[in-house]
Design a protein around this ligand. Sequence first.
Ligand code: ADP
Ligand code: MG
Length: 722
Amino acid sequence: MPSAERFAALQTIQRRRPAAVQAPSALQDIWASDVFTLDRMKEALPRSVFKSIQATIREGGRLDPTVADAVASAMKDWATSRGALYYAHVFYPLTNLSAEKHDGFIVPKGDGRAITEFTGKLLVQGEPDGSSFPNGGLRSTFEARGYTAWDVTSPAWLMRTPNGVTLCIPTVFVSWTGEALDKKTPLLRSNAAVNAQARRVLKLLGEKEVAPINSSCGAEQEYFLVDNAFMALRPDLQLSGRSLFGAPPAKGQQFDDHYFGAIPERVQVFMQDVEDQLYRLGVPAKTRHNEVAPGQFEIAPVHEAANVATDHQQLIMTVLKSTAKRHGFTCLLHEKPFAGVNGSGKHVNWSIGNSTQGNLLDPGKTPHENMQFLLFCGAVIRGVHQYGPLMRAAIATASNDHRLGANEAPPAIISVYLGSQLEDVFNQIKAGQLKSSTSGGVMQLGVDSLPEFPKDAGDRNRTSPFAFTGNRFEFRAVGSGQSVAGPLVVLNTVLADSLGWIADQLESCLAKGETIEQASFAALQRITQENGAVIFGGDGYSSQWHELAVKERGLENLRTSADALPVLKREAIRDLFHRQNVLSPVELESRFEVYAEQYILAIEVEARLSLRLARTVIYPAVSAYLGELAGSLQEQEAIGLSPSKAVAQQIAALNQQLLDRAGSLEAAMAAAPHGAEAHMRHCADQLMVRMGELREAVDGLEALVDDAAWPLPTYQEMLFVR
Ligand code: ADP
Ligand code: MG
């Protein structure tokens, strides 16, 4: 029998009915209806203006101010005709959230009237009071102000809330001196870097026509839904996004009966509501299903240009959270809300391509396409080997640390999974001769065709952090709460750098009179010889791999963010970002500062919360229960029974241990050293460990104390009741 508060919560949930949503609208009626699409622009603008903006979108570059005025006016007319009174420049500061500054279209006139107005200047540039956004010292060194500037390559949309309709303009956020204060600016720069270097390689391969090359991203988003009646009783979930205490339930995910099982009705209605809104926003949500853990689900959109996918990914997270509230749920995007239960990731599917050559990571039908594919794939392999620690740093957050290497998510060691066929091809290249892996005949590079690589789920290696899946790579170690921008920036930059290296190799071989086939083979052979150590097709969860990877392959195992984030300070990393014009040394330094601070803050909040909950919620509840228990034992003795006192003594001992461990956590909290790196280490080695010890005492108590006296909703309730 649960405690009174928990019982009331259970009753509330039992009375809940699926929220009323309208029948799903016909897709053609709602698709992108709240987006100022290219088609809408074309309709609303004079031909010459539209042509100009189209060229800016395609080729990048500055927007002509007169064009901006015309676009702004058309955008405003469209938005106000749909009820918008406000506009907002949306940007992505160095948190994983979106930020917006809202302004009215309204302009009061001297004669008491008011009109709406929106100029090109307002569209193109905003000046949010950004001083409260994390900047890692960038703005204090340079200039306090930050500016937002319209990212023309991503369309504006309408955000509908109970407060009204707002026109949202996707922007980049930079300091007065042009330093990137956000996640979007480096993403755009990294796309430019890939474009430049991939173009070089394609030209060397003899391509005459090469359209602008862009990266694509399709991100699978995992999340948990927990009923709000339980949330109200769990300050830890509210404040830190994860349960700091909670004994494992009798039934966990061992039965695998949740994965792809029938979606509960209340959740289905929620999902339909989410999709309806996303379709209006032009977000191509495509798959939905239950995930491995009870209470865990997934939504995945179809892949899009990385830049648009980043905006859309942020919208997905926003819509998931706001919609959940309306359905009586809280949507948890934390990577590990429940210890011992599967965590949530965000698999970032990534490829690069253009309109003339198509997907450059797709093995083609002709030998020429195959050579091109092997070079691009080789470039990725080289990049991952040389910059694996940077990829680890790009996914380093306090919350994702709980997931990586936790025997259900990829390890913190970054390796590449290619699948047996492709791995075989690269092994042959390494050995100096390429034979067709299917027929066994000799395959000269560029003469024969590669076999098709399986794209089906059967050949997937779930234990790999980074896997080739037929025509793209899947970065599986990314955290569910992260912006995809950071990981994409790293992938693009690393690839651009490797492609640059390949282009250099090809150029020097061609200059010596070699054929392009010979030159390509030589480059690929060097890649496999120098970087083959990163290719791994075995079980990434196993302890043997951890040994082998570090001792024999020389790969790094950066277990925590305290190990991984300092990678950003390495000279090689600074040079890489600088060389590719993605982040200046100062910008990179600022990112280290910000991410280190976020890591420290997250863990210190959890430590304070653990302490508070243990002392003010758990300890009093257990003490009161012990008092009752003692009274009952006395009464039993009074009537001549001889009750066992063992359980009471065990509980009393654990409750004392709780106090002791709380004291030791508190002492550690007071002893934080100065300096970001030392402070991070302290969080990882001291606070996390002591929080774990405190938790052990609390969870031990939960398993002994009368259910009716236990104040916090249990794992079983939160995971299974909805
Ligand atoms: P899974 O079997 O992992 O669920 P899906 O086929 O559902 O795979 O695809 C997962 C994601 O990968 C989707 O967002 C999909 O659009 C995306 N994706 C597919 N092809 C590519 C590609 N070439 N580049 C980037 N993302 C892609
Ligand atoms: Mg997947």
